[in-house]
Write a new protein. Sequence first.
Length: 83
Amino acid sequence: MSTADKIREEIEQLGVEAVSPGMAAVAIKLAEALDSTDAPTSQAVVARELGAAMKVLRANAPIGEEGDAVDDLAARREKRRGA
């Protein structure tokens, strides 16, 4: 699986493309550029910029309905009380 495929997958999981479509497109383009270059210096520069773009996308991602640590603790507490 290429870097671009992994970035597309993460963007989809984050559900951020509707919120920041331009930044999502930039991240995908950077990932494609990273996959297409063999020059170590270029890879380093593109990887740094891709990391910055993904940081922005992660910060802009909508908050999930469930699945965080608080939800896990609450579910375990309810399970204990119900048992």
